[in-house]
Design a protein around this ligand. Structure first.
Ligand code: XBP
Ligand code: MG
Length: 241
């Protein structure tokens, strides 16, 4: 019977509720900066979230709503520049402290460390965003709490493909059977399950209606002691089996 050795956390929607008031706002600031008359309202962004990866989301938006004839390198350079501008704005929002951790995240991270569980991150987002989020919410030293921070373009295929979780497992030298993933979305769950990981889902406004078949548990959030839900290490060990 495998022993639980590590927790692997998703970032956007899991560590923090970053999409509606973070990434979406940063995208719109970047559009304005680059003289585009595009605006992603809350509903449109929710639809665009079906595509993971900010650069991939911009490309998908262009293909669906702003088709251009040339698929040239020019377009790719434009997308890269637009995404770089967006990341600058998003990091600025994180640095301002505008985006807190979700309930129970800091508590569970500290409990896991105290119990000798290893920690990792497996995310589609850009690595720079994670450094900024961890520093703003937990302090710079928290970056060292994670054995692996597997992020964004380090793998060819983003979520729902399993690549990013497989990358994290390989770099930790652990088997999927020794770990649990914590996710927020259908794409994230598919990615973790595809890598063979048992997965706990904490939903949010954008993912509430999605299909979480196969998850070990689907919860509002990680909760606090005495609350309706409190995901702590002993609870995780129980459902891990
Ligand atoms: C969520 C994503 C990311 C963010 C935007 O990542 O799909 O692409 O929406 O971040 P996860 P970037 O849930 O796996 O953390 O613009 O840096 O891609
Ligand atoms: Mg997520």
């Amino acid at each position: 019977m495998p022993t639980l050795k590590a927790l692997i956390f998703d970032v956007d929607g899991t560590l923090s509720d970053t999409e509606r008031d973070g990434h979406r706002v940063a995208f719109n600031q970047a559009f304005r900066d680059m003289g585009l008359n595009w605006h992603w309202d809350v509903e449109t962004y929710g639809e665009l979230l079906e595509v993971t990866g900010g650069k991939e989301r911009i490309r998908h938006f262009i293909e669906r709503y702003q088709p251009v004839s040339d698929k040239s390198e020019e377009l790719e350079r434009f997308i890269l520049e637009l995404h770089k501008t967006k990341t600058r704005y998003f990091v600025g929002l994180l640095n301002s402290g505008a985006i807190p951790l979700r309930p129970g995240v800091e508590r569970l991270l500290n409990e896991a460390r105290a119990e000798g569980l290893r920690l990792a991150i497996a995310t589609t987002t850009t690595a720079e965003n994670i450094t900024a989020l961890l520093t703003a919410t937990l302090g710079k030293s928290s970056i060292g709490w994670f054995d692996v921070i597997a992020a964004g373009d380090v793998v060819p295929n983003k979520k729902p493909a399993p690549d990013i979780y497989i990358y994290a497992l390989q770099h930790m030298g652990l088997d999927a059977s020794e770990c649990i993933a914590i996710e927020d979305s259908e794409n994230g769950l598919a990615s973790a399950l595809g890598a063979g990981l048992k997965t706990i889902v904490t939903i949010n406004a954008y993912t509430r209606q999605q299909n979480f078949n196969g998850a070990l548990a689907v919860l509002e959030h990680l909760g606090q002691p005495g609350g309706e839900t409190c995901v702590d290490v002993s609870m995780i060990r129980r459902i891990f089996g």
